[in-house]
Write a protein of this length. Structure first.
Length: 118
């Protein structure tokens, strides 16, 4: 009897531990890391300089939250990873394009001759 009870309790604890992994990963990935990455991209104005990546990250983040609402935490986690990657890529592209934009502005100012003063 004690042996059955022991194995029964162990089985229940293992099953509960396996079921609980999905929500923990979801909280870590989607509600912390992916949301932080998307908000960082928004602060860098990625919606202007890296539109595809920024709006893709927003869409994946929204889909991750939607899937979590149905209890599909593994799919939600995957969407969260995609959202984080796209948001980080958007930030990198935004920094690069802003740099290029400022370089072009500097070169055009140097290329223009200044008119002589009378």
């Amino acid at each position: 009897m004690n042996r059955r009870l022991f194995f029964g309790v162990c089985g229940v604890l293992i099953a509960a531990g396996l079921v609980a992994c999905g929500p923990i990963q979801f909280v870590s990935q989607v509600t912390i890391r992916a949301e932080k990455a998307v908000s960082t991209a928004k602060l860098h104005k990625a919606h202007i300089y890296a539109k595809y990546e920024y709006y893709g990250a927003e869409a994946f983040l929204e889909q991750a939250k939607h899937r979590a609402g149905f209890g599909d935490f593994q799919t939600s986690y995957r969407y969260g990873v995609k959202a984080e990657k796209l948001a980080n890529k958007a930030v990198k592209l935004t920094k690069l394009r802003r740099e290029e934009e400022s370089d072009v502005g500097d070169k055009s100012d140097k290329a223009r001759p200044t008119p002589p003063r009378p």
